[in-house]
Design a binder for this molecule. Structure first.
Ligand SMILES: *[C@@H]1O[C@H](CO)[C@@H](O)[C@H](O)[C@H]1NC(C)=O
Length: 300
C-alpha cells in the first residue's frame, strides 16, 4: 500500500477543447494544451470534471478523453480521470476503463440529480474501487451533488477505496478539520479557487485547480513558494496576483469563464457545448484586464 499523499501539487482541472463546430474533442488542441501545462511545471491532470464539461460529453467521449490525456501526458504527470455518473453502472464502466488505459486515479462526483445518502454513496464507491482497483478522489461539491457530508463521514470513505478528495465545499472550517484532524485517513486537495492560498498554507497536499488552465506558471510558482519553500511573503505576493482571477472565475459559470480566459490568451477551445457558452463581450473585457494584470497578453 502506498501512502495517502502520492498525488500532490497543482493538479489542473482540465478543460475539454472541442473542434470549432463543437462536434468532437479537438485532439490537437488538447495535446498542445497538455504540453503547455506540463512545460509550465504542473503536477497532474484531472480531465472530465466540472471544468471539463463532463455533463455534455457522451460516455464514449469521456473514455476517449481519458485515453487521450494519458497518451499526451506520456507518463510525465499522473492523470486522474473524472468518472462520476448518475448511475453506478456507468461510473463503474468508466472507472474500469480508466484503469485499463493507465489513469493513476479516478475522480468521482456523487450522483448529482437525485442526491444519494451516505450508505448508498459508500456502496457506490466500494463498487467503483473493487472494479477498477484505482484509488478514488472523492469530489466534494455539495452545491452540485446535494450531498453535504461531515469531515468525519468524508474521512470514513477511506475504507471503501477513497484516498483523496477534492474539496469544493467552500467551507474552510471543514477543510481545516480534514487537514489537521483527518489527514491520516484522507488527503484533502483544495478545490475552491478563492481558498487556494489558505488550503496550501494549511498544508493541503495540493489543489485541483481550474484557474491553472489560464495561469499555470503562476499556479506552480505559488505552490513552490508556499508548499516547497515555505516562503509566506512571496506566497502572499503571488496570491495577490492570482486571487482576482480566482474571484472572477467563481462569479460566473466556472467552465465558461475558464474557456473564455483561454480564448483571451489566444488559445482556441472550440467554445462550450450548448446550453453553455463563452462569456459575453463585456465580461470578456473585464476578464482581460485581470489577465493583463498578471503580466499576460490578451488577444482582445
Ligand atoms: C462547515 O463545516 C463545519 C465543520 O464540519 C460545520 O460545523 C458547519 O456547519 C459547516 N458550515 C456550512 C455553512 O455548511
Amino acid at each position: 500500500m502506498s501512502s495517502p499523499a502520492d498525488l500532490k501539487g497543482i493538479l489542473v482541472a482540465l478543460i475539454t477543447p472541442f473542434t470549432d463546430d463543437g462536434s468532437k474533442i479537438d485532439e490537437a488542441r488538447l495535446a498542445a494544451h497538455i504540453n503547455r501545462l506540463i512545460d509550465a511545471g504542473i503536477h497532474g491532470l484531472v480531465p472530465g470534471g466540472s471544468t471539463g464539461e463532463f455533463t455534455v460529453l457522451s460516455t464514449d467521449e469521456r473514455k476517449q478523453l481519458t485515453e487521450l490525456c494519458v497518451k499526451y501526458a506520456a507518463g510525465r504527470v499522473p492523470v486522474v480521470a473524472g468518472t462520476g455518473a448518475t448511475s453506478t453502472r456507468e461510473a463503474v464502466e468508466l472507472s474500469k476503463h480508466a484503469a485499463q488505459v493507465g489513469a493513476a486515479a479516478v475522480m468521482v462526483v456523487p450522483p448529482y440529480y437525485d442526491a444519494v445518502n451516505y450508505e448508498i454513496l459508500r456502496e457506490m464507491m466500494a463498487e467503483i474501487h473493487e472494479a477498477s482497483k484505482l484509488p478514488i478522489l472523492y469530489y466534494n461539491i455539495p452545491s452540485a451533488s446535494g450531498l453535504t457530508l461531515t469531515p468525519q463521514e468524508i474521512a470514513g470513505l477511506s475504507d471503501v477505496g477513497v484516498k483523496y478528495m477534492k474539496d469544493t465545499s467552500g467551507n474552510a472550517t471543514a477543510l481545516t478539520e480534514l487537514l489537521f484532524a483527518l489527514s491520516d485517513k484522507i488527503a484533502t486537495f483544495n478545490g475552491w479557487d478563492t481558498l487556494t492560498f489558505y488550503g496550501l498554507v494549511a498544508g493541503a497536499p495540493g489543489g485541483v485547480w481550474g484557474a491553472a488552465n489560464i495561469i499555470p506558471e503562476l499556479a506552480v510558482e505559488l505552490w513552490d513558494a508556499i508548499a516547497i519553500k515555505g516562503d509566506l511573503k512571496r506566497g502572499r505576493e503571488l496570491w495577490a496576483k492570482a486571487w482576482p482571477i480566482c474571484k472572477f472565475l467563481e462569479s460566473y459559470n466556472y467552465a465558461s469563464a475558464v474557456k473564455t480566459g483561454m480564448e483571451l490568451l489566444g488559445h482556441k477551445t472550440g467554445g462550450l457545448r450548448k446550453p453553455f457558452g463563452l462569456l459575453s463581450k463585456e465580461q470578456q473585457e473585464e476578464f482581460a484586464v485581470l489577465i493583463n494584470n498578471v503580466g499576460l497578453k490578451t488577444v482582445i
